[in-house]
Design a protein around this ligand. Structure first.
Ligand code: C2E
Ligand code: CA
Ligand code: CA
Length: 676
């Protein structure tokens, strides 16, 4: 299991349909394969061998008795028994040895040849003493029998049968012509019979072996493909396909005994849970393949980093184990047994963070990723594996929520926060129903004359106990839990309701921006839902501006574009929110039918200092203008920022400098004042 790929066997590519004789022969030039072949048939042939040897003993005994009855006491007749008998019995004894099967073909041909020579000797002696040895058909039959014996007993590997058969044949010919005192006619007569029978026996032996081998190739291919499938199933069940790391299951199998040992030994161990930040963005934008390649790269670094050259195999966790596993799309877990102090765990985490932060090549471009690491210590944080994992995962989530690119230790407060989250979800469900949500409005201002040219509707949660909760604290949770759907329905209704109110009150009509969640683009109802709202509140689509982020569009560019085009055709405004924080390339940007770009606050923050972001912000403004889009800067907080942006042509701005998001009443007052 150490190397999941090291299992290929010579027959795995044999294919089920063998095999011209030559190709068949070539298969068996591999000694390992040949051994496998012999081993496969030996169990069957061994019984056969033993039976044949017993038959040999019986036949020799029979020959002795026949000769004894026919010719009386020819002295050498007894030699038959004293010489050949022990040899055959020794052969039989050999087959009972535990190790016999490994060498039985050469050893057995040795026994047969020896038996044959003893038989020559006996028969020539019988002839010399005036009996009927080689002169009788019974004597000659003995040899023919021995030759069949070779091909039957040594049938698995033809070459042994052929070699021993030939030796016996040559010796027999020699005896016929030299010693037996036969006439030439007799010798030629027996030669002819023995030779033709030899050819017959060899032919049968060869043909049978050919069939055996052919059958074996097919059977071995089947066995191999079954073994490979089992191996693969085992691998899939225990290893992650992309990185080759143990998966959650194997990780648990490896880690549980480690924790058990730590418990008994009174020592400690540590679990680090590492999540790559924003990896799903890469998957969405560049596709699975590129994302996986980046992941494999990072995996390599993580492994190097914790200096665990060899990953332990199933059931082999050693004393000092460092196990890396991939648990999910972007999540890794690392178990360290030789590490039980916060300081040292912290050092390892630092090292990991640095390793992950080295640029990776994605689609031939260097990208910098970051990770959030949660650390849990045994026995301090939890009593068992499951608890330890949960703690580490919670700590990692906290690290991610705190902005990522950092590590955090588990503590009780985190646990409390996790429980809180579950509670919050239940409460939010309730809140949407009973109307605890409200919209705040942040004006979008044209800095040239201070006019309000639009507004963004931002949701808030008026919680009865916790007070006003900002969207950052519940939108992500709503997205995860699916509550985002009813929440968005509510927001759209409220926004349209406000637009209607303003129109009725005779306030200037402005486009109102609404943030749409990622899921809404794949929601088939969206267009109908919006149209229904327009009818119900008697509004024109142009007064609604839908804000979408780059990352959510990039998930599935083609289908996003088709949805956007339909929205655009209906007359809705479309804005690309948080522009600059995603990974979209210019190619895509050109194809997106949006009308507005919102430069992310991150670029605006130190714009006035003329640093890199200043240059970037300026470039983005130019880009947006070139594409014919309306460019809006977000999060403008200072006069300096505002001026820098407007000098570069970005006069539409949104931010605390102009106004914070305000409640409905206050916003209406602002509108009225501007209108006056
Ligand atoms: P966003 O769409 O980028 O919204 C702008 C956020 O920046 C708002 O935060 C706004 O209050 C804040 N902001 C505006 N000007 C400034 C400034 O000058 N300085 C600073 N530091 N911040 C400024 P808010 O309201 O907390 O919303 C946060 C995020 O929550 C929004 O980011 C948006 O992504 C999401 N969100 C808000 N309302 C909704 C909603 O109704 N539906 C959905 N799906 N998401 C929403
Ligand atoms: Ca927005
Ligand atoms: Ca934004």
């Amino acid at each position: 299991m150490n190397d999941p790929d090291a299992q290929s066997s010579p027959a795995s590519d044999a294919g089920a349909a063998p095999a011209m004789p030559l190709r068949l022969l070539l298969r068996f030039t591999d000694t390992a394969y040949e051994q496998r072949f012999v081993k496969h048939y030996i169990a069957f042939y061994f019984r056969y061998v033993q039976a044949s040897l017993v038959l040999g003993v019986v036949l020799i005994l029979g020959d002795y008795l026949v000769d004894h009855i026919a010719y009386g006491s020819v002295e050498s007749n007894l030699l038959r028994l004293t010489l050949a008998f022990p040899v055959l019995l020794a052969g039989l004894g050999y087959t009972l040895l535990p190790d016999a099967r490994r060498h039985w073909q050469p050893v057995m041909s040795g026994f047969i040849i020896t038996a044959a020579f003893f038989l020559f000797y006996t028969l020539t002696r019988i002839d010399a003493e005036g009996g009927e040895g080689l002169r009788s058909w019974v004597g000659v039959l003995n040899f023919t029998f021995l030759q069949f014996y070779c091909f039957v007993i040594l049938g698995v590997q033809f070459r042994y049968a052929l070699a021993s058969g030939l030796i016996i044949l040559l010796a027999f010919e020699y005896t016929l012509w030299q010693h037996a005192g036969l006439t030439t006619r007799e010798a030629a007569y027996w030669s002819y019979h023995v030779l033709t029978l030899f050819i017959l026996a060899a032919g049968i032996g060869w043909w049978r072996e050919y069939l055996l081998r052919k059958e074996f190739v097919a059977r071995a291919a089947l066995d191999d493909s079954r073994a490979a499938a089992e191996q693969r199933a085992l691998r899939l069940a225990h290893y992650d396909e992309v990185t080759g790391l143990p998966n959650r299951r194997l990780f648990a199998e490896l880690a549980m005994p480690v924790i058990e040992r730590a418990r008994r030994g009174g020592t400690g161990c540590t679990v680090l849970h590492l999540e790559i930040d924003r990896l799903s963005g890469i998957h969405h934008v560049y596709g699975r393949g590129e994302g996986d390649a980046a992941l494999a790269d990072i995996t390599q670094r993580i492994r190097l980093c914790i200096r665990s050259g060899d990953l332990p195999a199933v059931g082999q966790a050693g004393e000092n184990t460092r196990v890396v596993a991939r648990l999910g799309d972007n999540a890794f877990s690392i178990m360290l047994t030789d590490l039980d102090s916060q300081e040292r765990a912290s050092l390892v985490a630092q090292r990991l963070l640095v390793a992950v932060a080295q640029p990776v090549l994605v689609d031939a471009q260097p990208l910098v990723l970051s990770a959030s690491i949660g650390i849990a210590l045994f026995p301090g944080d939890a009593r068992d594996f499951t608890g330890l994992m949960r703690c580490a995962e919670q700590a990692a989530r906290a690290a991610a929520e705190a902005g990522g690119a950092q590590h955090m230790f588990f503590d009780e407060a985190l646990n409390a926060r996790a429980r809180d989250r579950v509670l919050l979800e239940t409460e939010l469900r309730q809140a949407i129903r009973v109307g605890q949500l409200c919209l705040y409005y942040q004006p979008k201002v044209d800095v040239r004359d201070g006019r309000i040219v639009g507004a963004e509707a931002l949701v808030r949660w008026q919680h009865p106990r916790r007070g006003l909760i900002p969207p950052g604290n519940f939108i992500p949770m709503a997205e995860e839990s699916g509550l985002i759907v009813p929440l968005t329905d509510w927001v759209l209704h409220a926004a349209c309701g406000s637009l209607r109110r303003w129109a009725d009150a005779g306030l200037p009509s402005l486009p109102l921006s609404v943030n749409l969640p990622a899921s809404s683009l794949s929601d088939a109802r969206l267009l109908d839902q919006l149209d229904a709202l327009m009818q119900r509140y008697e509004l024109r689509p142009s007064c609604l501006m839908l804000e979408l982020t780059e990352t959510m569009l990039m998930r599935d560019v083609t289908s996003a574009i088709s949805v956007l085009e339909r929205l655009r055709a209906q007359g809705y405004g479309l804005a690309l929110d948080d522009f600059g924080t995603g990974y979209s390339s210019l190619n895509y940007l050109k194809r997106l039918p949006v009308s507005e770009l919102k430069i992310d606050r991150a670029f605006v923050i130190d714009v006035a200092r003329g640093g890199r972001d200043g240059a970037l912000a300026a470039a983005v403004i130019t880009l947006g203008k070139e594409l014919g889009l309306q460019v809006v800067a977000e999060g403008v907080e200072t006069q300096e920022q505002s001026e820098f942006l407007s000098v570069r042509g970005c006069v539409l701005q949104q931010g605390y400098l102009h106004s914070r998001p305000v409640a409905l009443g206050e916003f209406e007052a602002m509108l009225r004042a501007k209108a006056a």
